[in-house]
Design a protein around this ligand. Structure first.
Ligand code: BES
Ligand code: MN
Ligand code: ZN
Length: 504
């Protein structure tokens, strides 16, 4: 979709469909140059009638399509309500834009216009509003159709051009900044979404590595992919124990965005890259098993974060690490009870081969320390227990540094990729003690599943500030949301990039 910004007036716009936003009580606007007054008079009092009939009053759940070709140069207007002005928050713009655009797309519009909403409360910055508009648009219209045959594709409707209308020239530069950021962020999110949705027979560890190289080449950053031989040399016994059951070769992907004028901090972002999780010898039941292609969401999001950081030219060194492998059962697979030696030297009893995410992350986290990072961030579809605890609205956040967690809470509200903290009290550590090794990979009594994942990982970061994000419940959605189509959400890309943008 081509997005362009332009200064102009809604009532003069020549277009197939124009989307206009209204807060409640918009008809009480007394100013003569407001959009309401101008549109209403061009439409012969139609807007006033709609308000009087309570058909459209700008309520937060109201949307109304009207045919306007007899009155305006625009063929159709989509009126979208924003609710009460005092209740406005940034995510509303993403949602209402997403909704509005899907609506005009579905009636066959290929070129749409969106007018900047009037009367947005002062404290919201123009750049943020425009970033939100672009995110709402690009994220809502995402479709994965690479595996649909050409013939089927022809039936699809698509918005090809989107024009954003700005009232005054004065805000143009600010608005353009927001548009640019919105485009870079949403293209990073959609890139990650595509990798996640893509089935495991395409989206293999080798494929992820190729994608990483492609991103690195396009953005001129460093990328190194370690082969199985090199992974063995590094003695990543925990990672290798997961890869053992599969014929797909594992890859350890290292991305390094190191801008010349960087702050003296390195942030390492680690993502779980299980391209398919069958459970291994502790085989999962077949219901919904196909969804376990999304077990590499953490890894795909790391690629998205690196792409976003580099394209936004953030002044920080950001290193991305992705241990990528399948988790399959076979004659060569790890067996429950096997003990493996991790990269850190700690021995791990693998009591359950389905708790594989923490095994591959253990080695990646230990490896991360060599960059002497100011912070390590890991994200993973780690536990079903996190879905039970928080559902699809919050990322499970754990860590050893309250300041870092506060930064995530703030970025969570800005991006609406919200986090919720679970405790990592030392008393939990009791539960992962092993009789035969340093630790075991599952708990003793079945409780606190998401926390025990975090407790396990904590053993491998030492005293480095660290955050663990369990995205099992948020990385995938089974229903369409306003700007999150059914499937992979790409959650984490905007959140982590926002933390990096806020970094002091
Ligand atoms: N990838 C799964 C977690 C998961 C489950 C993600 C459902 C998304 C949806 C993870 O590897 C796993 O299997 N975890 C086990 C851990 C248990 C054996 C301690 C789980 O959650 O059951
Ligand atoms: Mn598993
Ligand atoms: Zn898994």
């Amino acid at each position: 979709m081509k997005i362009s910004l332009k200064v102009g007036k809604v009532e003069n716009e020549v277009a197939e469909a124009v989307i206009v936003f209204f807060f409640e009580k918009f008809h009480e606007d007394k100013g003569p140059d407001g959009v309401y007054k101008k549109l209403d008079s061009a439409l012969g009092g139609m807007l006033k009638d709609l308000v009087n009939n309570k058909e459209f009053e700008g309520k937060g759940d109201q949307v109304l399509l009207i045919h306007t070709s007899k009155f305006l140069k625009a063929k159709k207007l989509l009126l979208v309500g924003l609710g009460k002005q005092d209740d406005f928050y940034l995510d509303l713009i993403r949602r209402r834009v997403g909704n509005g655009l899907k609506r005009v797309r579905d009636i066959g519009t290929s070129k749409a216009v969106i007018a900047m909403p009037e009367r947005i409360p002062q404290k919201f910055k123009t750049a943020d509003i425009f970033q939100g508009i672009v995110e709402g648009a690009e994220l809502a219209l995402f479709k994965f159709d690479k595996l649909v045959s050409e013939k089927e594709k022809e039936k699809e409707k698509e918005i090809k051009e989107l024009t954003l209308l700005l009232e005054s020239r004065q805000d143009f530069k600010e608005a353009q900044k927001g548009v640019d950021a919105g485009e870079k962020l949403s293209s990073a999110v959609n890139m990650s979404r595509e990798l996640i949705i893509k089935p495991a027979n395409f989206s293999t560890p080798t494929f992820l590595a190729e994608k990483a190289r492609e991103i690195a080449k396009a953005l001129r950053l460093k990328c190194k992919v370690l082969s199985e031989r090199e992974i063995k040399k590094l003695r990543m016994g925990a990672f290798l124990s997961v890869a053992k059951g599969s014929k797909e070769p594992p890859k350890f992907i290292i991305m390094d965005y190191h801008p010349r004028r960087a702050k003296p901090h390195t942030i390492v972002v680690v993502g779980k890259g299980i391209t398919f999780d069958s459970g291994g010898i502790c085989l999962k039941p077949s219901k919904d098993l196909y969804k376990m292609k999304y077990d590499m969401a953490g890894g795909a999001v790391v690629l998205g974060v690196i792409q976003a950081a580099a394209s936004l030219k953030l002044p920080l060194r950001v290193v991305g690490l992705i241990p990528a492998t399948e988790n399959l059962p076979s004659g060569s697979a790890t067996k429950p009870g096997d003990v493996v030696i991790s990269h850190s030297g700690k021995s791990i009893e693998v009591q359950n081969t389905d708790a594989e995410g923490r095994l591959i992350l253990a080695d990646a986290l230990a490896f991360a320390k060599r960059f002497k990072p100011a912070a390590i961030i890991d994200l993973a579809t780690l536990t079903g227990a996190c879905i039970v605890a928080l559902g699809d609205q919050a990322i499970g956040m754990m860590g050893n540094d309250q300041k870092l967690m506060e930064m995530f809470r703030e970025a969570g509200m800005q991006t609406f990729e919200r986090v919720w903290e679970l405790p990592l009290w030392k008393e939990y550590e009791e539960q992962i003690k092993s009789d035969v090794a340093d630790i075991k990979n599952i708990g003793s009594n079945g409780g606190a599943g998401a926390i025990l994942g975090g407790i396990f990982l904590k053993k491998f970061v030492g005293d480095c500030p660290w955050i663990h994000l369990d995205i099992a419940g948020t990385a995938w959605t089974d229903r369409d949301k306003d700007y999150i189509p059914k499937g992979a959400t790409g959650v984490g890309v905007r959140l982590i990039t926002q933390v990096l943008r806020n970094w002091k």
